[in-house]
Ligand binder design. Structure first.
Ligand code: NOJ
Length: 558
């Protein structure tokens, strides 16, 4: 298999608003990231992905960009970004930015021009359509609820399309001039020394617009937009051109937010594919109903989780390369999702780390995951900033939840759970900011969970992540962990996850018990070397493993 630096990378995602505030306004910024870069080096990661820092009204956490070329004032300025790149380079850390080109902010000049001057060329940069007798062209529901069409002010019977909020108008990728603008912008940043991009909502760029009423799939009389704008025929021509005009020229790393059907995966992630890798949602969204209505809890179990992980690994392996992750800024904290409240501990956090960090693919650690940060319990809807949380809350109420039940659902699944400020130490606001008020509340458990104590304590989650990263990057097992094949070890109880990574004669075996039961399993005798466990003493004799509750063990045959 072809070796690539990005296959060997360990990526750390930064959600800049919540990473480190350097100017005491309660919001994280680029200088804050620069200050904390040595911490990241100490953790051992070698690549960072920074969620959007471009100019934005922040209707959707910066995924609504009003100027692709400018850093938003709240984060600093373009000079700070240059400085960040330099600092990263001096530490041998590569930088990925977020690429959000399915839509812009409605405050982007292009859209403003398109609105104020219907004859300008910018009209055709977006998707405008005449309505039907004053009603939207169809009854699509956007990803964040309500109609995906908004009436154009002061014009009769004219609407624009937005797959997300009405402040995120969709771009018209059919328009060559628009595409050229996008390529120029991408190359501008790549020329500055970016290593690549995480690519937002890219499977939505090709639209199949049908007019009229579609069968409703919810109480609101609307039909979910997803199936009409996801991965539509013809998108491959757009993705191919995008790749050739930008990423390919720079040999960039790209990771697309894209659930691709397995029969098309090769085109996307195979050698010479559109992207280096994609994020698969099958195991991170395991608790979300297929309608996307996460105010409803979708029941799941570890057998299903195991099936989804195995399937994702095997399909990706057959087609190319993948990204592996358990958390990001759109997910609640993994420990709260996968582990019952009474079992949340350093041990279970280490178990989850072992589970995903040794899979085949490039691992992505989300900020705070490495110190075991947890969900926050907000007691008031007003404390949530996230637009999707407010939408889901109201849809929950409409569907019959009581306010308490709806709030509970938000506590469980809100995206703000992972967006709370990083807990650095025990000082005011967990050391994130000295401002009186931070943009989102700091989780009060910062006194127990914080980076400073995590670094000091030998057995902390943080130091366990360091061990895992070290195993992957610097040990005798580096090659098998990075390039080895993934192979499920089938002869075990349904709830236990055991997989091997195999590269010629080198093998490692990863055994995970995600339950509170004890399991005894038979394993091949060749696995005689003990590498790592989340318990102090792993019980291990040749050919047999006794897995204690929530235990994870890593063994090798050399
Ligand atoms: C996916 C991003 O991760 C999410 O945060 C955002 O709300 C949507 N795309 C829209 O850009």
């Amino acid at each position: 298999m072809e070796k690539k630096w990005w296959k060997e990378a360990v990526v750390y995602q930064i959600y800049p608003k919540s990473f480190q505030d350097s100017n005491n306004d309660g919001i994280g910024d680029l200088q804050g990231i620069i200050q904390r870069m040595d911490y990241l080096k100490h953790l051992g990661i070698d690549t960072i992905w920074i969620s959007p820092v471009y100019k934005s009204p922040m209707d959707d956490g910066g995924y609504d960009i009003s100027d692709y070329y400018a850093i938003d004032e709240m984060f600093g300025d373009n000079q700070d970004f240059e400085e960040l790149l330099k600092k990263a380079e001096s530490l041998d850390i590569k930088v990925l930015m977020d690429l959000v080109v399915n839509h812009t902010s409605d405050e982007h000049l292009w859209f403003q021009e398109a609105l104020t001057n219907p004859n300008s060329k910018y009209r055709n940069f977006y998707v405008f359509r005449e309505g039907i007798a004053g009603q939207p062209p169809n009854n699509w529901r956007s990803y964040f609820g309500d109609s995906a069409w908004t009436a154009v002010p002061d014009e009769e019977n004219m609407f624009y399309l937005h797959a997300f909020t009405k402040k995120q108008p969709d771009l018209n990728w059919e328009n060559e001039e628009l595409r050229e603008e996008i390529y120029t912008m991408i190359n501008y940043w790549l020329d500055k020394g970016l290593a690549g991009y995480r690519i937002d909502a890219i499977l939505n760029i090709k639209k199949r617009i049908v007019e009229g009423q579609l069968p409703a799939d919810g109480e609101d009389g609307l039909a979910f937009i997803g199936q009409w704008i996801l991965n539509q025929p013809g998108i491959e021509v757009m993705l191919q051109e995008l790749n050739q005009r930008t990423f390919k020229l720079h040999d960039s790393m790209t990771v697309a937010e894209a659930d691709v059907p397995s029969e098309r995966l090769k085109e996307y992630i195979g050698d010479g594919g559109f992207f280096s890798m994609v994020f698969d949602f099958s195991y991170t969204d395991i608790d979300v109903p297929s309608t996307g209505e996460w105010f409803k809890f979708s029941h799941w179990n570890w057998q299903e989780m195991k099936k989804n992980i195995y399937n994702s690994q095997l399909v990706t392996q057959a087609n190319g390369w993948g990204a592996v992750y358990l958390e990001n800024h759109d997910q609640p904290r993994s420990i709260n999702k996968y582990i019952p409240e009474e079992y949340i501990s350093t041990t279970t956090k280490k178990m989850l780390a072992t589970l995903f960090m040794l899979l085949r693919g490039t691992p992505f650690i989300y900020q705070g995951q490495e110190i075991g940060m947890t969900n926050i319990q907000m007691s008031d809807l007003a404390d949530y900033d996230d637009i999707a949380t407010h939408d889901q809350y109201h849809r929950g109420i409409l569907a019959g939840l009581s306010p308490e039940e709806a709030l509970q659902a938000m506590n469980r699944r809100s995206r703000d759970n992972s967006r709370t400020p990083i807990q650095w130490d025990t000082s005011l606001n967990g050391g994130f900011s000295t401002a009186e008020k931070t943009w989102l509340k700091v989780n009060p458990n910062y006194r127990e969970i914080n980076a400073e104590s995590a670094i000091e304590e030998k057995d902390s989650v943080f130091n366990y992540y360091r061990q895992l990263i070290d195993l992957r990057k610097n040990s005798l097992y580096q090659q098998v962990i990075i390039y080895g094949d993934f192979q499920p070890f089938e002869e075990v109880a349904e709830d236990v996850i055991v997989y091997q990574r195999i590269l010629d004669k080198q093998k490692i075996l990863v055994a995970i018990n995600p339950t509170s039961e004890i399991f005894e399993i038979e394993i091949p005798e060749e696995f005689e070397k003990y590498l790592l466990s989340n318990y102090e003493k792993a019980q291990f004799v040749f050919g047999k493993l006794v897995l204690k509750p929530y235990e994870s063990i890593v063994l090798s045959n050399y």
